[in-house]
Design a binder for this molecule. Sequence first.
Ligand SMILES: O=C(O)CCC(=O)C(=O)O
Ligand SMILES: [Fe+2]
Length: 299
Amino acid sequence: MPATNAVNEDLDKVYAEIRELGLEGYVAELDAYGLSVIPPDFVAPREFTTRLRDGILELAEKRSGVQPDTKRGSSHANIKATSGQSGEQWMWRILFDNPIFEEALMNRTSLAMVTYLVGYSAKLSNSSAVVKGPVDLDSKPKPLGLHSDNRGVPSPFPPYAQVANATWVLTDYTLDDGCVGYLPGSHLLCRQPTPGEAVDGVVPVEAPAGSLLIWHGNTWHAPFPRTNPGLRVSMLNYFCRDYFTPQEKYRDEVPQEVLNRNSDRFATLMGLGDGYGWGDEGPDTDLLKKSRSGQNWHS
Ligand SMILES: O=C(O)CCC(=O)C(=O)O
Ligand SMILES: [Fe+2]
Protein backbone atom coordinates (compact mmCIF):
# COMPACT_ATOMS: atom_id res chain seq x y z
CA MET A 1 0.00 0.00 0.00
CA PRO A 2 1.39 3.46 -0.85
CA ALA A 3 2.59 5.32 2.19
CA THR A 4 1.37 8.78 1.41
CA ASN A 5 -1.69 8.84 -0.77
CA ALA A 6 -4.96 6.97 -0.51
CA VAL A 7 -6.15 4.58 -3.19
CA ASN A 8 -7.94 7.01 -5.33
CA GLU A 9 -9.81 6.94 -8.61
CA ASP A 10 -8.12 10.20 -9.55
CA LEU A 11 -4.60 8.84 -9.15
CA ASP A 12 -4.05 8.65 -12.92
CA LYS A 13 -5.13 12.25 -13.32
CA VAL A 14 -2.93 13.65 -10.58
CA TYR A 15 0.02 11.50 -11.64
CA ALA A 16 -0.27 12.84 -15.18
CA GLU A 17 -0.08 16.38 -13.74
CA ILE A 18 2.93 15.40 -11.63
CA ARG A 19 4.70 14.07 -14.75
CA GLU A 20 3.81 17.08 -16.83
CA LEU A 21 5.39 19.34 -14.23
CA GLY A 22 8.46 17.10 -13.82
CA LEU A 23 7.73 16.48 -10.14
CA GLU A 24 8.08 12.66 -10.00
CA GLY A 25 11.34 12.90 -8.03
CA TYR A 26 9.68 15.13 -5.43
CA VAL A 27 6.81 12.67 -5.05
CA ALA A 28 9.40 9.93 -4.45
CA GLU A 29 11.07 12.13 -1.82
CA LEU A 30 7.70 12.77 -0.17
CA ASP A 31 6.89 9.04 -0.12
CA ALA A 32 10.29 8.14 1.32
CA TYR A 33 10.81 10.92 3.85
CA GLY A 34 7.44 12.53 4.48
CA LEU A 35 8.61 15.96 3.26
CA SER A 36 9.80 17.29 -0.07
CA VAL A 37 11.81 20.40 -0.91
CA ILE A 38 10.91 21.65 -4.38
CA PRO A 39 13.51 24.04 -5.87
CA PRO A 40 12.46 27.49 -7.13
CA ASP A 41 12.73 26.57 -10.83
CA PHE A 42 9.90 24.05 -10.42
CA VAL A 43 7.70 26.44 -8.49
CA ALA A 44 7.40 29.99 -9.88
CA PRO A 45 9.42 32.77 -11.52
CA ARG A 46 11.68 34.66 -9.12
CA GLU A 47 9.69 37.83 -9.75
CA PHE A 48 6.57 36.11 -8.36
CA THR A 49 8.16 34.95 -5.11
CA THR A 50 9.65 38.42 -4.58
CA ARG A 51 6.20 39.96 -4.95
CA LEU A 52 4.73 37.35 -2.64
CA ARG A 53 7.34 38.13 0.03
CA ASP A 54 6.72 41.87 -0.34
CA GLY A 55 2.96 41.28 -0.07
CA ILE A 56 3.50 39.49 3.23
CA LEU A 57 5.80 42.17 4.61
CA GLU A 58 3.21 44.80 3.66
CA LEU A 59 0.49 42.81 5.41
CA ALA A 60 2.70 42.37 8.48
CA GLU A 61 2.89 46.11 8.81
CA LYS A 62 -0.83 46.55 8.17
CA ARG A 63 -1.75 44.02 10.85
CA SER A 64 0.75 44.99 13.54
CA GLY A 65 1.40 48.65 12.82
CA VAL A 66 5.14 47.92 12.95
CA GLN A 67 7.30 48.27 9.86
CA PRO A 68 9.36 45.07 9.40
CA ASP A 69 13.08 45.66 9.70
CA THR A 70 14.36 43.05 7.25
CA LYS A 71 18.06 43.76 7.92
CA ARG A 72 18.23 43.33 11.68
CA GLY A 73 14.82 41.97 12.58
CA SER A 74 14.63 44.33 15.55
CA SER A 75 11.04 45.19 14.55
CA HIS A 76 10.05 41.69 15.71
CA ALA A 77 11.82 41.55 19.07
CA ASN A 78 8.67 42.37 21.00
CA ILE A 79 6.01 41.66 18.45
CA LYS A 80 2.88 40.14 19.91
CA ALA A 81 2.92 36.50 18.89
CA THR A 82 -0.52 35.03 18.26
CA SER A 83 1.05 31.58 18.35
CA GLY A 84 4.53 30.13 18.57
CA GLN A 85 7.50 31.93 20.01
CA SER A 86 7.80 35.62 20.77
CA GLY A 87 9.44 37.47 17.91
CA GLU A 88 7.23 35.53 15.52
CA GLN A 89 4.31 37.28 13.87
CA TRP A 90 1.66 34.85 12.66
CA MET A 91 -0.98 36.25 10.37
CA TRP A 92 -4.11 34.17 9.92
CA ARG A 93 -6.51 33.88 7.00
CA ILE A 94 -4.47 36.11 4.77
CA LEU A 95 -6.08 34.80 1.56
CA PHE A 96 -8.46 37.72 1.02
CA ASP A 97 -5.91 40.42 1.83
CA ASN A 98 -4.07 40.43 -1.50
CA PRO A 99 -4.88 38.68 -4.81
CA ILE A 100 -1.30 37.39 -5.00
CA PHE A 101 -2.16 35.03 -2.14
CA GLU A 102 -4.86 33.49 -4.36
CA GLU A 103 -2.21 32.96 -7.04
CA ALA A 104 0.07 31.24 -4.54
CA LEU A 105 -2.78 28.98 -3.46
CA MET A 106 -3.56 28.04 -7.05
CA ASN A 107 0.08 27.52 -8.09
CA ARG A 108 0.15 24.36 -10.24
CA THR A 109 3.17 22.76 -8.59
CA SER A 110 1.78 23.31 -5.12
CA LEU A 111 -1.69 22.05 -6.05
CA ALA A 112 -0.39 18.95 -7.86
CA MET A 113 1.63 17.89 -4.81
CA VAL A 114 -1.21 18.70 -2.42
CA THR A 115 -3.66 16.77 -4.60
CA TYR A 116 -1.34 13.78 -4.54
CA LEU A 117 -1.61 13.88 -0.75
CA VAL A 118 -5.21 14.83 -0.02
CA GLY A 119 -7.15 14.50 -3.28
CA TYR A 120 -9.10 16.79 -5.59
CA SER A 121 -11.85 17.24 -3.03
CA ALA A 122 -9.47 18.76 -0.44
CA LYS A 123 -10.37 22.02 1.28
CA LEU A 124 -8.16 24.86 2.37
CA SER A 125 -7.87 24.73 6.15
CA ASN A 126 -5.71 27.78 6.72
CA SER A 127 -3.69 30.26 4.70
CA SER A 128 -1.26 32.04 6.94
CA ALA A 129 2.07 33.82 6.95
CA VAL A 130 4.89 33.96 9.42
CA VAL A 131 7.44 36.74 9.81
CA LYS A 132 10.02 35.64 12.31
CA GLY A 133 12.80 37.64 13.93
CA PRO A 134 15.84 36.57 15.94
CA VAL A 135 15.38 35.11 19.42
CA ASP A 136 16.85 36.83 22.40
CA LEU A 137 20.10 34.85 22.70
CA ASP A 138 20.29 35.52 26.45
CA SER A 139 16.95 33.84 27.10
CA LYS A 140 16.68 30.18 28.07
CA PRO A 141 16.31 28.01 24.93
CA LYS A 142 12.84 26.49 24.53
CA PRO A 143 12.44 22.79 23.73
CA LEU A 144 11.60 21.99 20.10
CA GLY A 145 7.85 21.80 19.64
CA LEU A 146 7.88 18.63 17.55
CA HIS A 147 4.41 17.68 16.29
CA SER A 148 2.37 16.25 13.45
CA ASP A 149 -0.20 18.61 11.92
CA ASN A 150 -2.95 15.99 12.47
CA ARG A 151 -4.53 18.03 15.23
CA GLY A 152 -7.15 16.09 17.14
CA VAL A 153 -6.75 12.93 15.08
CA PRO A 154 -6.66 9.82 17.29
CA SER A 155 -3.80 7.34 16.96
CA PRO A 156 -3.07 5.30 14.99
CA PHE A 157 -3.23 7.75 12.11
CA PRO A 158 -4.04 6.30 8.71
CA PRO A 159 -0.91 5.95 6.55
CA TYR A 160 -2.37 8.25 3.89
CA ALA A 161 -2.38 11.98 4.51
CA GLN A 162 -5.44 13.60 6.06
CA VAL A 163 -3.88 17.06 5.98
CA ALA A 164 -1.04 18.52 3.94
CA ASN A 165 1.16 21.56 4.34
CA ALA A 166 2.54 23.62 1.43
CA THR A 167 4.99 26.24 2.71
CA TRP A 168 6.42 28.97 0.49
CA VAL A 169 9.99 29.71 1.55
CA LEU A 170 10.32 33.43 0.84
CA THR A 171 13.69 34.14 2.48
CA ASP A 172 16.54 31.61 2.65
CA TYR A 173 16.04 28.75 5.09
CA THR A 174 19.06 27.53 7.08
CA LEU A 175 19.25 26.33 10.66
CA ASP A 176 20.46 29.76 11.83
CA ASP A 177 17.72 31.43 9.80
CA GLY A 178 15.18 29.57 11.95
CA CYS A 179 13.97 27.12 9.32
CA VAL A 180 11.56 24.30 10.01
CA GLY A 181 13.06 20.93 10.99
CA TYR A 182 11.58 17.45 10.62
CA LEU A 183 12.15 13.81 11.44
CA PRO A 184 12.70 11.94 8.15
CA GLY A 185 10.38 8.95 7.78
CA SER A 186 8.18 9.97 10.72
CA HIS A 187 5.06 9.98 8.50
CA LEU A 188 5.21 6.19 8.76
CA LEU A 189 4.93 6.19 12.56
CA CYS A 190 1.22 7.14 12.39
CA ARG A 191 1.04 8.91 15.75
CA GLN A 192 2.07 12.12 17.55
CA PRO A 193 5.50 12.22 19.23
CA THR A 194 5.58 11.99 23.02
CA PRO A 195 7.10 15.02 24.80
CA GLY A 196 10.85 15.21 24.09
CA GLU A 197 10.81 12.15 21.82
CA ALA A 198 13.14 11.97 18.80
CA VAL A 199 14.29 15.59 18.93
CA ASP A 200 17.91 14.52 18.32
CA GLY A 201 16.90 13.10 14.94
CA VAL A 202 15.32 16.33 13.71
CA VAL A 203 17.07 17.72 10.62
CA PRO A 204 16.86 21.32 9.41
CA VAL A 205 15.09 21.85 6.10
CA GLU A 206 17.56 24.10 4.32
CA ALA A 207 16.30 25.66 1.09
CA PRO A 208 16.81 28.87 -0.90
CA ALA A 209 14.13 31.55 -1.12
CA GLY A 210 11.56 30.62 -3.75
CA SER A 211 11.47 26.94 -2.77
CA LEU A 212 8.25 25.18 -1.82
CA LEU A 213 8.07 22.67 1.03
CA ILE A 214 5.39 20.01 0.98
CA TRP A 215 4.81 17.74 3.90
CA HIS A 216 2.50 14.90 4.76
CA GLY A 217 0.22 15.57 7.72
CA ASN A 218 1.72 12.68 9.71
CA THR A 219 5.27 14.08 9.50
CA TRP A 220 6.83 15.27 12.75
CA HIS A 221 8.26 18.76 12.44
CA ALA A 222 9.11 21.85 14.49
CA PRO A 223 10.34 25.39 13.87
CA PHE A 224 13.94 26.13 14.91
CA PRO A 225 14.59 29.47 16.61
CA ARG A 226 16.21 32.11 14.43
CA THR A 227 19.65 33.22 15.58
CA ASN A 228 20.71 35.21 12.50
CA PRO A 229 19.78 38.88 12.27
CA GLY A 230 16.94 39.74 9.90
CA LEU A 231 13.56 38.16 9.26
CA ARG A 232 12.37 34.78 8.01
CA VAL A 233 9.31 35.16 5.79
CA SER A 234 7.02 32.31 4.74
CA MET A 235 3.49 31.70 3.58
CA LEU A 236 1.81 28.45 4.39
CA ASN A 237 -1.26 26.88 2.93
CA TYR A 238 -2.61 24.04 4.97
CA PHE A 239 -5.13 21.66 3.41
CA CYS A 240 -7.46 18.99 4.73
CA ARG A 241 -9.53 16.19 3.26
CA ASP A 242 -13.13 17.07 2.58
CA TYR A 243 -14.47 15.39 5.74
CA PHE A 244 -12.44 17.69 8.02
CA THR A 245 -13.55 20.98 9.49
CA PRO A 246 -11.28 23.71 8.11
CA GLN A 247 -9.54 25.82 10.73
CA GLU A 248 -10.46 29.11 9.07
CA LYS A 249 -13.77 30.43 7.75
CA TYR A 250 -13.93 30.32 3.99
CA ARG A 251 -17.18 28.77 2.76
CA ASP A 252 -19.44 31.42 4.26
CA GLU A 253 -17.11 34.37 3.88
CA VAL A 254 -15.40 34.06 0.50
CA PRO A 255 -16.34 37.21 -1.47
CA GLN A 256 -18.27 36.54 -4.69
CA GLU A 257 -15.77 38.61 -6.68
CA VAL A 258 -12.98 36.32 -5.50
CA LEU A 259 -14.96 33.26 -6.62
CA ASN A 260 -15.72 34.93 -9.95
CA ARG A 261 -12.09 35.44 -10.82
CA ASN A 262 -11.03 31.91 -9.89
CA SER A 263 -11.64 28.34 -11.07
CA ASP A 264 -14.00 25.61 -9.85
CA ARG A 265 -11.07 24.06 -8.01
CA PHE A 266 -10.74 27.25 -6.01
CA ALA A 267 -14.43 26.99 -5.02
CA THR A 268 -13.81 23.41 -3.87
CA LEU A 269 -10.87 24.60 -1.79
CA MET A 270 -13.20 27.15 -0.21
CA GLY A 271 -15.51 24.31 0.83
CA LEU A 272 -18.28 25.06 -1.67
CA GLY A 273 -18.20 21.47 -2.84
CA ASP A 274 -18.80 20.11 0.65
CA GLY A 275 -22.25 18.58 0.83
CA TYR A 276 -22.45 18.62 4.64
CA GLY A 277 -24.17 21.33 6.63
CA TRP A 278 -27.70 21.08 5.24
CA GLY A 279 -30.90 22.53 6.70
CA ASP A 280 -34.46 21.22 6.62
CA GLU A 281 -34.26 21.02 2.83
CA GLY A 282 -32.06 17.94 3.33
CA PRO A 283 -28.89 16.98 1.55
CA ASP A 284 -27.98 18.05 -1.97
CA THR A 285 -27.37 14.55 -3.29
CA ASP A 286 -25.38 15.68 -6.35
CA LEU A 287 -23.01 17.62 -4.18
CA LEU A 288 -22.73 14.74 -1.73
CA LYS A 289 -21.80 12.36 -4.51
CA LYS A 290 -18.97 14.65 -5.49
CA SER A 291 -17.57 15.30 -2.05
CA ARG A 292 -18.49 12.67 0.51
CA SER A 293 -19.03 9.78 -1.87
CA GLY A 294 -16.34 7.84 -0.05
CA GLN A 295 -15.00 6.78 -3.42
CA ASN A 296 -11.90 8.86 -3.35
CA TRP A 297 -10.61 8.29 0.13
CA HIS A 298 -11.02 4.65 1.04
CA SER A 299 -7.71 2.91 1.64
O1 LIG B 1 6.91 27.57 9.92
C1 LIG B 1 7.47 26.75 10.60
O2 LIG B 1 8.66 26.83 10.86
C2 LIG B 1 6.71 25.55 11.09
C3 LIG B 1 5.32 25.85 11.40
C4 LIG B 1 4.45 24.64 11.53
O3 LIG B 1 4.55 23.85 12.40
C5 LIG B 1 3.43 24.42 10.53
O4 LIG B 1 3.37 25.17 9.57
O5 LIG B 1 2.66 23.45 10.66
FE1 LIG C 1 3.00 22.21 12.17
